[in-house]
Design a protein around this ligand. Structure first.
Ligand code: AMP
Length: 285
């Protein structure tokens, strides 16, 4: 490490809380996490934090004002900044979607050819339409994109959507996804501080991996062990240990959190009992 590393974090908006929570879970939270603080040092690590708007993070990183930053992938592409995406963070997930009013005849993105499309993401939208060979007129607006069709400003919109409720509330219907986004850790291109970056990426990555997995424990009669291991969706080999009761073993395995719902009844049917799942704090594969 050549000195203290600087990390830009979103100071407000949707990405603020989950970014701060990720640092907290990584054990390197800010020392003075006040609302109005613009800079802070990290507990337990040689990292200086700079709190700026998520939109500004790509430029700060590109221009070398900070070494790394957390922001939305959509913002990196919209700003056309030259930065390296070091890690996908699994929160702030959303998609850039094209939508028309419910009465409109369009059913797919290709139907937007020759029409006016309002968006506050003009560069990403224009690039995605061009890649699909759709020649639409982009109308760039700063906000409240969803009312543009009702105001007669445009025939359609292209906007970021996470649940789709804003589209529905405004009488709009999605006609397709152009791009999937999530929060990312970005770093300077050609940074010299590779070691500090590697440490940060490994530590944050261990928390992201841990969140996606659960530690599963269960007991099973030895003669049904094969049935239990056959339904476990683990990548590595499960740990199998003899119990004090003869003929019974304990099985420990790391399983994807998303599979727990369907896995528990299958394990029970395969003869497992005393099934326990625990959260994982860190996971470095
Ligand atoms: P902010 O405007 O500061 O609240 O942050 C906007 C960023 O949050 C976007 O650039 C996306 O990366 C992310 N995001 C996640 N879900 C959504 C959504 N439904 N609408 C807009 N931005 C979203």
């Amino acid at each position: 490490m050549t000195g203290r590393m600087t990390l830009a974090l979103p100071s407000k908006g949707r990405l603020r809380e989950p970014s701060w929570a990720l640092l907290e879970a990584s054990g390197v939270s800010p020392q003075e996490p006040g609302e109005r603080v613009l800079q802070a040092h990290c507990r337990n690590a040689d990292i200086d934090l700079l709190f700026v708007r998520a939109d500004d993070v790509p430029e700060y990183v590109q221009d070398g004002v900070v070494d790394c930053g957390i922001t939305g992938l959509d913002l990196v592409l919209e700003r056309e900044c030259s930065v390296e995406v070091l890690l996908r963070l699994g929160f702030g997930t959303c998609s850039l979607q094209a939508a028309v009013s419910s009465e409109d005849a369009a059913t797919c993105i290709e139907d937007l050819g020759g029409r006016r499309v309002a968006t506050s993401h003009p560069r990403v939208a224009a690039k995605a339409l061009t890649e699909r060979g759709v020649a639409a007129e982009i109308v760039s607006v700063a906000g409240s994109v969803e009312i543009a069709p009702r105001l007669g400003l445009a025939d359609a919109i292209i906007d970021l959507v996470s649940t789709g409720s804003t589209l529905r509330t405004n009488g709009l219907r999605s006609i397709g996804v152009l791009f999937e986004s999530e929060a990312v850790l970005i770093g300077r291109v050609n940074s010299k501080d590779f070691e500090a970056r590697r440490v940060l990426t490994t530590v944050l990555g261990s928390v992201i991996n841990a969140r996606a997995n659960r530690y599963l424990l269960c007991n099973v009669a030895k003669d049904r062990l094969g049935e239990v291991t056959a339904v476990l969706p683990t990548v590595g080999s499960p740990t199998v240990m003899d119990l004090a009761t003869p003929g019974v073993v304990a099985v420990h395995a790391l399983v994807p959190a998303a599979d727990i719902w369907s896995l528990l009844p299958k394990l029970e049917a395969a003869g497992a009992s005393s099934i326990i799942t625990l959260p994982v704090e860190r996971l470095v594969p």
